[in-house]
Write a protein that binds this ligand. Structure first.
Ligand code: RB5
Length: 144
């Protein structure tokens, strides 16, 4: 299960992505907002809780730049969030970092790029074992 969340700046892009996921038959839940002005740290925490409590495996966060959401999400234990606007980073953050949250900037990228980034992020597997697993485990030690 995927979880989506946004602030007011990210809302228009979240709407486009929810349409896309619905067309594709991808199941998701949405923790808000619904377009009203709100504070992105609150939404980031709500979304990350859905991942850390096991309800969802992957999150998509939208704000103006994607940066505020990624700063917040990365403060939460068990979350590896990446703000992306290029395809290579979206692919590699799954393969090497086992990122579980993708942050997108609605004021930075267009809908077409965002759809492509979401597709790549959702369909790329982590390269299990070996050096990448060791490094992801080391990331976890930084949380303590
Ligand atoms: C909201 O105006 C804006 O600051 C927010 O969406 C985000 O871009 C922060 O990083």
């Amino acid at each position: 299960m995927i979880v989506l969340g946004c602030d007011h700046a990210g809302y228009p892009l979240k709407v486009e992505i929810t349409k896309y996921l619905t067309e594709k038959g991808v199941n998701f839940i949405d923790v808000g907002c619904d377009g009203e002005s709100c504070d992105y740290p609150i939404i980031a925490k709500k979304l990350c809780n859905k991942i850390t409590d096991g309800t969802c495996s992957t999150g998509l966060l939208f704000c103006g730049t994607g940066v505020g959401m990624s700063i917040c999400a990365n403060k939460i234990k068990g979350i590896r969030a990446c703000v992306c606007s290029d395809y290579f980073s979206a692919k590699l953050t799954r393969m090497h970092n086992d990122a579980n949250v993708l942050c997108l900037g609605a004021r930075v990228i267009g809908t077409g790029t965002a759809i492509e980034l979401v597709d790549i992020f959702l369909n790329t597997e982590f390269e299990k074992g070996g050096r990448h697993q060791r490094r992801v485990d080391l990331i976890s030690t930084l949380e303590d």
